[in-house]
Design a protein around this ligand. Structure first.
Ligand code: ATP
Ligand code: MG
Length: 370
């Protein structure tokens, strides 16, 4: 079986390093201090938080994924569903059902996980005021039980209807929950930091920021080498250095490329730089449809900018060399083209640099833009 995992949360034996951050997070949780975990996409934010809570025996995890939530109704119902997963006592569930009777809740047991699942009458829609009620419910459980509330992909809170009012309400309630540690997780690229770090934001200074960066090469490469050895493959340092470079040091992308390298090699083989092309081709085959969809969305100028960025890198998007590659266009139209590709999530800004969201798309484009 392929020992590399990507695209989902990794825990325990599949979790590498980050001892310092784990310790810091554990300390904050024990002190019921709220924290905000920030980092690039696929760098390992969710895994870090899950692992930290998992190591704290006796502390429950109330995990609420905000990804894609569009309304206050959906937000409240997601929190209520999460409550049901940590509170299994029948007497307590009955009480909760009574409190929420106007939502006509029904509890069923999921046949796969054997966990209780709550559903609500879809015709009853929760509004901003229900946020208070749901958070009061959280607080009352917090008095009896130790748990951490994790809001993952918290940046999406900005996209719900009544966002400002909801954010302000959340903040004002949460600050009085002295016994409950809240962990807000989100990606820097989606303006998550603005919610907590900008002085006029509702959550300003309400949580201690923790930044998750790349895993150090020494530590992560040792971990990956051991995984290759499990599959009876040797991997040379040179190959791993190239893997980190292609994946831009992003944890999840490194694992994805290792997964493909493992797939295109056999037992007792040494995984060498020469295998990289086949591994990339495997990823391209799997992802080609989405690359083509992306390209279908682009104008001629946007495509030219994209291929020029793939070749030249995006440290200086207005360099003469880059502009020459793109052709006779004003820097304003180049700027517009790049902004558009940031909006549709093909590119992102990291400081002043413009980078590809998917490093494999960049590698795929390289030979195609000539
Ligand atoms: N500590 C770790 N050890 C080994 N691999 C890791 C670690 N953290 C993350 N990964 C790799 O990165 C992938 C993404 O991890 P995770 O989902 O935790 O990141 P994330 O930052 O929450 O991503 P997203 O921005 O998509 O929510 C994992 O599937 C795994 O391949
Ligand atoms: Mg995540």
């Amino acid at each position: 079986m392929n020992p590399f995992k990507y695209g989902s949360i990794v825990l325990e034996r599949d979790f590498c390093g980050r001892e310092d951050l784990l310790k810091q997070i554990a300390g904050h949780i024990k002190a019921a201090q709220n924290i905000v975990v920030l980092g690039e996409r696929r760098i390992g934010k969710s895994s870090l938080v899950y692992e930290a809570v998992g190591r704290l025996k006796g502390t429950g995890l109330l995990y609420v994924d905000i990804l894609g939530i569009k309304s206050v109704d959906a937000l409240c119902k997601r929190i209520l569903r999460a409550i049901v997963t940590i509170e299994k006592k029948a007497s307590w569930l009955t009480r909760m059902l009574k409190t929420l009777s106007y939502l006509r809740p029904a509890i069923t047991i999921d046949p796969v996980t054997s966990m209780p699942v709550i559903s609500f009458d879809a015709s009853v829609e929760l509004t901003v005021n229900s946020i208070q009620e749901v958070l009061d419910l959280l607080e009352s459980i917090g008095r009896k039980r130790r748990f951490v509330v994790v809001f993952d992909e918290f940046q999406d809170i900005q996209k719900i209807g009544d966002a400002d009012e909801s954010i302000a309400l959340l903040r004002s309630k949460i600050q009085f929950h002295k016994l409950i540690p809240y962990v807000f997780v989100g990606s820097i690229r989606h303006r998550m930091d603005e919610l907590f770090i900008s002085p006029d934001s509702a959550f300003f200074k309400s949580a201690i920021p923790i930044t998750v960066g790349p895993l150090p090469y020494e530590e992560f490469s040792r971990f990956l080498t051991r995984k290759f050895e499990k599959g009876r493959r040797k991997v040379c340092d040179e190959t791993l250095k190239l893997v980190f470079e292609i994946a831009n040091d992003i944890t999840g992308d490194i694992q994805q490329l290792c997964e493909a390298l493992w797939d295109v090699t056999s037992e007792r083989e040494t995984v060498a730089p020469a295998n990289l092309q086949a591994a990339l081709e495997l990823i391209f085959t799997r992802e080609q449809k989405s690359y083509e969809t992306y390209i279908g969305l682009l104008t001629d100028l946007q495509f030219k900018c994209l291929t020029a960025l793939a070749r030249e890198g995006g440290k200086n998007v207005y360099s003469m060399k880059l502009l020459k590659m793109i052709g006779p266009h004003s820097s304003a139209s180049v700027n517009r083209a790049i902004t558009r590709m940031i909006d549709i999530n093909i590119l992102f800004k990291s400081g002043k640099e413009v980078r590809f969201v998917n490093p494999f798309f960049k590698a795929w484009l390289l030979p195609r833009g000539r």
